[in-house]
Ligand binder design. Structure first.
Ligand SMILES: C[S@@+](CC[C@H](N)C(=O)[O-])C[C@H]1O[C@@H](n2cnc3c(N)ncnc32)[C@H](O)[C@@H]1O
Length: 258
């Protein structure tokens, strides 16, 4: 009875649609894996992330402005050390930047110790003094600093023993300058020894140690051996490590005078 309600054209349409559905089903079934494969290329990130068994999309890790980009910047060696320097330095403190370079650490120390504090910054290159002066000027820092064109092997001529809150060493060469004029093992150890004498009790020595490439390994090894033999009753030495980073990553070290 019911079929009587359909005319020929409608029956043709139903057959035609049925044919198309069956054909699509056949194609889908035969090419199931091809579709899955194509989908993975075109699909949202979430599927790819699932495959990598990693909650962080790889591209985000390299996006400078992205959340992870910011995290990676914060864990860069100088920023890592800066966190501890910030905790240490108080308004009115005397601080030393033993390797002034372009003045990033001098700027930080100057801002932290304020109008009533004092920063002595050392470098053997005039270029470093100029660059630092410009940086400090640009940031309108308090006039609490002295930029000294002298080797850090003469640190003890500029401050009293036990008077300094924080001393920063960022070894290596001036970024954008001659690689020949880098810090050297003997002079570095001489300066570090003096630095320990100048530090007050509870004072902090912050070290950024580089190796490989132009820096080689001699200075790194000399500094690490020197640190190892420091009297544990007088100094606490904390050495951090970029444990899974290849190619001789830099080594941040903190020394606290007990
Ligand atoms: C890696 S850079 C320092 C970077 C600096 N902290 C900054 O924020 O730009 C090392 C600096 O140490 C300086 N230097 C090398 N030997 C030195 C010495 N005996 N006394 C003082 N500075 C020295 C170099 O000229 C260079 O500018």
């Amino acid at each position: 009875m019911y079929t009587l309600m359909y005319n020929i054209t409608q029956i043709k349409m139903i057959l035609y649609i049925g044919f198309i559905i069956e054909h699509i089903y056949y194609v889908l079934q035969r090419n199931f894996y091809v579709f899955i494969f194509l989908y993975m290329f075109l699909c949202p990130e979430s599927i790819i992330i699932g495959m990598h068994n990693n909650t962080v999309p790889p591209q985000v890790m390299h996006t400078p402005g992205g959340r992870n980009g910011a995290i990676m910047e914060n864990y860069q060696i100088t920023r890592w050390c800066a966190q501890f320097i910030r905790q240490q330095v108080q308004e009115g403190d005397l601080c030393i930047d033993a390797t002034m370079g372009n003045g990033n650490d001098t700027l930080l120390l100057s801002q932290l110790c304020g109008e009533t504090g004092r920063v002595l910054a050392f470098d053997i290159q005039n270029k470093a003094l100029k660059s630092t002066e410009e940086r400090l000027h640009k940031h309108d820092t308090p006039h609490n600093y002295k930029l000294i064109l002298d080797s850090h092997t003469n640190l003890e001529n500029y401050a009293e023993p036990g008077s300094v809150s924080c001393i920063v060493f960022n070894f290596g060469y001036l970024p954008g300058g001659s690689h020949e004029l880098c810090t050297k093992p003997d002079s570095s150890l001489c300066a570090l020894t003096q630095a320990l004498t100048l530090l007050q009790k509870g004072g902090l020595l912050s070290l950024c140690i580089y190796s490989g490439g132009d820096s080689g390994f001699e200075e790194r090894d000399a500094i690490l051996s020197w640190l190892k033999q420091l009297d544990p009753h007088s100094f606490l030495v904390i050495k951090s490590e970029y444990y899974n980073r290849p190619n001789h990553p830099p080594i941040p070290v903190l020394v606290i005078k007990l």
